[in-house]
Design a protein around this ligand. Sequence first.
Ligand SMILES: [Zn+2]
Length: 432
Amino acid sequence: MNRCFFLFGILLSAIGFFAWKHVFNRQHYQDSCSNFRSPVRTLEGHPFTCGWQQLRPKTFGDFVPYAFIQPNGSWCWSNAGFMASLHGPGLLVDTLMDPVLTSTMVAELKPATGTGGGEGRIGAVVFTHPDVDHILGNQAVSMEVPRLGDVKAQQDILAQAKTLHRMRFTVNLGYLLWQALQLIGGPRLLPSLPGWMRPRALQVFSFANYAFKLGGFNLHTIDADKLPAFAKTIQTGDEITLDIGDASPLPVKFWQMGSIHSKSDSVLLLPQSRVCYTGDLLFIGIAPVMWAGPAKSWVTALDDLLKATGEDWLFVPGHGPVTDAIGVQHVKSYFEYLHQAVSENCADLPLMQPELDETCAWRTLERMPNQLKEHFHEPERIVICAVIERVALRTGAPAKVDVKFKLQWISKMSEYELKRDYLSTRLMRSEL
Ligand SMILES: [Zn+2]
């Protein structure tokens, strides 16, 4: 009996040590500089490299716009912006996925913006939308600094604060599972499994795989009580002032575009410098993901944006490199195709049958023109957009999805990658 307890104790210790080593003591992302990036269209002077980049010369106006870029722009590798004042503190646009990445970004602000009177000081933070990859780094900016954003974004942030612990638990569990699966061969094991076992195994592997990717972010450092709490909510046309020094309004236009990509999407225009911070209404070089829809609203929003700007404007996307009006047009074509594919190519799949949404979605990917695939890496993300498009068309309103739904679909994207990388096309088609 004593021997059993002894062996049991050793087993528990081994599991504990494994969990500590691989989950709690793991290496987390410090920056995006070593991320793999596929070739994407970039503008001269605006490379797709990590860190701050100045968008216009200092002679261009009182505010000098900057973008903080995180390659490769895939899941949760988002961008941010800063408008540096030559006379005082500036305006930060969005934070990043976690406080560690955001702290690095804030620390690099002063050397990047150095010579202005503001010296990289942050006078306020304005949020374009409430998705995790743009808000969870909030606590890295002094809590004294006022936060601004629209009322619906604030409501969604408060709702997400309640589910943060569940998201963290799910990611940690999957991360541990992925490490354990590596001990028995990892996804290379998949082709050797019997056919009946493969679909379930794929689900387990894909859950663990996406958790492994998200688990690299410093989620353990996030304090749910320190997510953005807006000093005041703002709406289209409201002036933004910084409560320091002379409180004259910033030459910035805040523009609510509605619930399209997320629960609430807004953009910021800096007409003096001809720069627009679009949040996630633009994904450049990586396929956009739509969580609200429908596609028509996205097309209209981009048309409005193009009308309000011009060919010589620069656009800072939520993901990917800085772009121009041509980049905006590419994103517009993606959503025009999505609209056409779901309404025409899926005409034989009645909209009122939700169980057919996924069939329509995979068909949308299958028939996606090569020209679009060339502009957008990870084109399989259009599958999520097509499911959301059907939901939005069925209900006649933007879809309302929670974190659980998002994680499920990110997991499905991992499943697609694993099938593509480890199973042959024949196996994918006939046995799964
Ligand atoms: Zn994002």
